[in-house]
Design a protein around this ligand. Structure first.
Ligand SMILES: NC(=O)C1=CN([C@@H]2O[C@H](COP(=O)(O)OP(=O)(O)OC[C@H]3O[C@@H](n4cnc5c(N)ncnc54)[C@H](O)[C@@H]3O)[C@@H](O)[C@H]2O)[C@@H](O)CC1
Length: 527
C-alpha cells in the first residue's frame, strides 16, 4: 500500500518538477550512503536487496565486457565483499570465476555476505586468505585476466590492517586489469586520500551515485551501477536523517559543550508556548547527550515566576516587557546558548524592529543558529532583510502567505516545493514549510516529511518542533540537516503516539516520548 502511494506521490512531484534528482545530493559521502541504507531499511528496501541488485547489475556489466575472460573476485567480509560475492554468484556459469575471501570467514557478520558465501562455496571452491597464508592470493592472480576489487569500501576506519595492506599491494603488483566496486579499497571514504595502500583500479563501478571519495581518483572510466533504489529513499526523510544530525558524544563531555538553547518567547496570554519549546529542546538534548542539557527561557518579566515554577530543569530569565532595552540585551548576551528559538507565545508588542535587529546581529556574530517561529515569523515578514543563512524559518501555510505573499494551500506538492525553494533561495535561509507533507529546503536540497496521521494538528506541537530543531542545531553544524532531523523525529513520534492514543495526543506526549526514541541513535566514543 505504502509503496503504491509513494510511487503516486513521486509521479505527482515529477509532473510539477520534471526531475526529483535535482533536489538530492549530487555526490555522496560515506555518512550519506549509510543514511540512505538506513532510510531504505525503513521503507522495506533492505540492504540485502541493495546488495542483490548491485551484484546482479555488476555481473551483467562484467558479462557484457569480459565474456571470455577469467575473473577473480577479491572480497572482504563487509558490505562491499557481499556485493562482490553476489556478482560472482550471478556470473558463475557465464564466465570463468574464482572467489577469494580476505579475512576470517568464521567472523562474517554481514547477512548478505553470509548468504552469498554459503551459496557460492557450494558451487565453486572459495579460498580465504588470512595472516597465516597471505600469499596464497598470488596463484589466483596469475590465473586471472580481470580482478574485481570487493575488499573494503566506505566502511574503512583508521589504518588498514596488515592483511588488507598486503593484499592491496599484491593485487596492485600483479598488473591485472582491476575493477573496483563502489570506491577502490584503501581510499578514504570521504576525501579519497589513500590509506597506507590503495587499490589502483582502471575502472570503478560506483554503486547508486557518484561518491565524494572519487572526486580526484584517476581511473580510465567509472560507471554508475543502478541498484534500483526508489527516489523516495533520498527525497523523503527517515531515520537516516536523524543519524546524520546526531553528533558522536565523548564520555567526558560536559553539559555546556553539548549545546545549549535559548528560547525567547511568552506573553501574558501565552505562558505555556515557550515552555513547550524549552521542554522539547531539553528532552532532545538530554536524549542525544545523556543527562539534562542547558535550556533557558527568556520571557517578559511578568511571567518569569510562572515559568520557573513549572520545572527545575529550565532556567527562566525576564526582560522588560514594556521596553526591551540595552539591559535586556546584556542579559541575553550573558545567557549561554548556541542555538536560539525566537517567537513561541511572544507578543508582537515585545519585539520591535530594533530588538529583532540587535538580537539577529548578535546571534550572527556568535555564529549561533536561530529558529524563527510563530510571532517572530510575522516580524520577519515585515523585515525580510534580516533573514540570513543561520536561520530556520518554520511557517505553516498561513504564515508562509504573510512571509512570501503566496498562498500554497491549493497547490499540489510539486508547486509547493517550487514555492518553498524560491523563498529559501531568494532569502538565503532554511525553510520548513509545515503541513501534512512538510517541505524542508535550503534552496538547493529538498526533503519531504510525510505525516501518516493528523496527530500533530493540535496546540503547542509547533512550539515543541522549534525546540527540537534548535536542540539538534545546538550541537550539529549543518542547519539544514538539523531541521530535517527535527521535523522527522517530531512527525515520527506524532504518528507513533497516534497509533496508541488516536486524536488524543497532546504536545507534552511528544516531549515525553523523545528520549526513548532518540536513545537508539546514540554514538558514544571513548568508552
Ligand atoms: N547505496 C550504496 O552506495 C550502497 C553501498 N553498499 C556497499 O556496502 C559498503 C559498505 O559496507 P560496510 O559498512 O560493511 O563496509 P565495507 O565493506 O567497506 O567494510 C567494512 C569491513 O571492513 C572492516 N574494516 C574497517 N576498517 C578497517 C581497517 N582499517 N582495516 C581492516 N579492516 C577494516 C570492518 O571491520 C568491516 O568488516 C559500501 O562500500 C558499498 O560497496 C551496499 O551496502 C548497498 C548500498
Amino acid at each position: 500500500m505504502q509503496s503504491i502511494f509513494i510511487c503516486k506521490l513521486i509521479f505527482n512531484i515529477m509532473e510539477g518538477l520534471k526531475d526529483f534528482t535535482i533536489f538530492t545530493k549530487k555526490l555522496l559521502g560515506s555518512a550519506d550512503t549509510y543514511n540512505i541504507i538506513l532510510n531504505g531499511e525503513h521503507l522495506g528496501f533492505g540492504e540485502k536487496l541493495m546488495v542483490e541488485n548491485a551484484g546482479y547489475a555488476i555481473s551483467e556489466e562484467l558479462r557484457r565486457r569480459y565474456k571470455n575472460k577469467k575473473i577473480l573476485f577479491v572480497c572482504g567480509v563487509g558490505g562491499k565483499g557481499a556485493i562482490g560475492l553476489s556478482a560472482a554468484r550471478h556470473l558463475i556459469g557465464h564466465a570463468s570465476v574464482r572467489v577469494i575471501i580476505v579475512g576470517d570467514v568464521s567472523g562474517i557478520k554481514n547477512k548478505a555476505m553470509l548468504m552469498n558465501y554459503r551459496i557460492v562455496k557450494d558451487l565453486i571452491e572459495v579460498d580465504s586468505i588470512t595472516d597465516s597464508n597471505p600469499d596464497d592470493i598470488r596463484r589466483h592472480l596469475r590465473w586471472s585476466d580481470v580482478v574485481v576489487d570487493a575488499i573494503i569500501g566506505i566502511g574503512l576506519v583508521g589504518r588498514l590492517s596488515g592483511l588488507l595492506y598486503r593484499t592491496i599491494k599484491t593485487v596492485n603488483g600483479a598488473g591485472r586489469n582491476v575493477i573496483a566496486i563502489d570506491i577502490p579499497s584503501g581510499i578514504d571514504p570521504d576525501s579519497g586520500a589513500p590509506n597506507i595502500a590503495a587499490i589502483r583500479a582502471r575502472q570503478v563501478f560506483v554503486i547508486h551515485k557518484q561518491k565524494t571519495a572519487l572526486r580526484k581518483y584517476n581511473a580510465d572510466s567509472s560507471i554508475i551501477v543502478d541498484i534500483g533504489l526508489p527516489a523516495s529513499i533520498e527525497l523523503f526523510s527517515g531515520p537516516g536523517d536523524v543519524r546524520a544530525a546526531v553528533e558522536k558524544q565523548r564520555m567526558d563531555t560536559n553539559k555546556y559543550e553539548r549545546g545549549s538553547v535559548l528560547i525567547i518567547g511568552g506573553s501574558e496570554d501565552y505562558r505555556g508556548a515557550p515552555l513547550l519549546s524549552a521542554f522539547g529542546a531539553n528532552n532532545t538534548i538530554a536524549a542525544l547527550r545523556g543527562g539534562a542539557g542547558y535550556v533557558t527561557v527568556f520571557a517578559p518579566d511578568g511571567i518569569v515566576e510562572t515559568i520557573s515554577s513549572k520545572s527545575p530543569e529550565i532556567i527562566a530569565k525576564g526582560f522588560n516587557e514594556a521596553h526591551f532595552g540595552e539591559k535586556d540585551m546584556e542579559k541575553l548576551r550573558d545567557i549561554r546558548h548556541n542555538a536560539l528559538v525566537i517567537g513561541p507565545g511572544l507578543s508582537e508588542a515585545n519585539i520591535t524592529f530594533k530588538v529583532v535587529s540587535e538580537i539577529v546581529k548578535y546571534e550572527k556574530e556568535k555564529r549561533n543558529s536561530i529558529v524563527i517561529d510563530a510571532t517572530a515569523i510575522k516580524v520577519m515578514a515585515a523585515y525580510k532583510n534580516f533573514i540570513d543563512s543561520n536561520m530556520v524559518i518554520t511557517p505553516h501555510y498561513g504564515e508562509f502567505r504573510a512571509l512570501a505573499g503566496v498562498d500554497v494551500r491549493k497547490y499540489d506538492l510539486g508547486k509547493r516545493i517550487n514555492a518553498a525553494i524560491d523563498f529559501a533561495k531568494d532569502n538565503g535561509c532554511i525553510l520548513v514549510l509545515k503541513g501534512n507533507e512538510t517541505i524542508i529546503t535550503n534552496g538547493d536540497l529538498v526533503k519531504i516529511n510525510r505525516a501518516k496521521s493528523p496527530a500533530l494538528a493540535t496546540m503547542g506541537t509547533g512550539d515543541v518542533l522549534s525546540g527540537i530543531i534548535a536542540a539538534f542545531a545546538s550541537s550539529h553544524k549543518n542547519l539544514f540537516e538539523s531541521a530535517v532531523a527535527g521535523v522527522y523525529v517530531h512527525s515520527y513520534l506524532g504518528d507513533k503516539l497516534f497509533d496508541e492514543k488516536g486524536m488524543h495526543v497532546v504536545a507534552t506526549d511528544i516531549i515525553d516520548a523523545l528520549p526513548s526514541f532518540l536513545k537508539d541513535f546514540d554514538v558514544i566514543t571513548g568508552v
